[in-house]
Ligand binder design. Structure first.
Ligand SMILES: [Zn+2]
Length: 301
């Protein structure tokens, strides 16, 4: 009789244990997907440096998303192995290095991702308020979080300046001037694509120098040594074997021009007294492992 009662009680317990197990499973999964504490260390490095910058600078009122990807080395490898066609290789560039993938045509994608981490270099760009940084960037910079600050500060400056409209206006104006000039000099009315390309590159180089200055400003305000970003430029030029002279076809100035422009800005820059106002900035972070993004969210006061 007692045995029967015990068995009946046990049966009643089973659904409860099942629901609790299911709940714990979902909770663990939810935490793994969203917990800031469980993020990969590279995301923690981004969070730490942006916290420092945001504590002394206003980073605008829009959300800013960061994503760590495999980077260019991955897409070059995929192309060399004929696993993708030129324009479609971008997909592999943007794959999350923190996920596992199935083999493709017998090639281990996870191994290629490891190689991209090992052999890739410093790489970051901004698009639609998203800052993309290759995982190899973190390995390339080692422990120098000031250098990471210069990269992030540069990309944040592109977002904060939001120079698309002003750049587009400058381009139109320069193109108009060129048409007028060419009309005076010759009968030719059509502008060659080459001329337009040169002007676009010139404008792009000016934006890049502005973003370098913006990065230095963010870092100096946040208490980093004044020469952190000029040192970073030298470090990056050595590591990536970048051009020292400016190429008129390039989106970025050569090292000498870039360094001298940044150095001049830094020597003239003075920290403004109203920085205390920025010390009241408030923000929070949201991580999403599935989407492979970390988002900086300013909070209105
Ligand atoms: Zn840039």
């Amino acid at each position: 009789m007692t045995k029967k009662i015990k068995n009946r009680n046990k049966k009643k317990l089973y659904p409860g244990i099942f629901i609790l197990t299911l709940y714990l499973f979902y909770l663990a999964n939810f935490l793994k997907n969203t917990s800031i504490l469980l993020m990969p260390k590279e995301y923690k490095e981004i969070k730490n440096i942006v916290n420092k910058l945001a504590s002394k600078n206003k980073l605008g009122d829009k959300e800013i998303t960061f994503s760590i990807t495999n980077g260019d080395y991955m897409s070059w490898n995929m192309k060399d192995l004929e696993l993708c066609k030129a324009k479609r290789c971008w997909y592999y560039n943007n794959l999350s290095p923190y996920k596992k993938y199935k083999n493709r045509n017998g090639i281990n994608i996870n191994e290629l991702s490891n190689q991209a981490y090992l052999y890739g270099g410093i790489e970051a760009y901004t698009w639609n308020n998203i800052v993309w940084i290759s995982k190899s960037t973190f390995r390339s910079l080692g422990e120098n979080n000031g250098f990471l600050g210069c990269i992030i500060g540069h990309e944040l400056s592109h977002i904060l300046f939001d120079d698309h409209i002003s750049d587009s206006l400058i381009l139109s104006s320069k193109l108009r001037d060129l048409v007028l000039l060419e009309n005076k000099l010759s009968d030719e009315k059509d502008l060659e694509d080459k001329d337009k390309k040169f002007i676009e590159m010139e404008i792009s180089r000016s934006s890049e120098s502005k973003a370098d200055n913006g990065a230095a400003k963010l870092l100096i305000n946040a208490g980093f040594p004044k020469d952190t970003c000029t040192k970073f430029l030298t470090y990056m030029t050595d590591l990536e074997k970048l051009d020292t002279e400016t190429d008129p076809n390039s989106t970025h100035p050569g090292y000498l021009e870039r360094y001298s422009s940044l150095n001049k800005y830094i020597s003239l820059y003075k920290i403004k007294r109203n920085l205390k106002y920025n010390e009241n900035n408030k923000w929070k972070w949201r991580f999403n492992r599935d989407l492979n993004i970390l988002t900086f969210i300013p909070i209105d006061k």
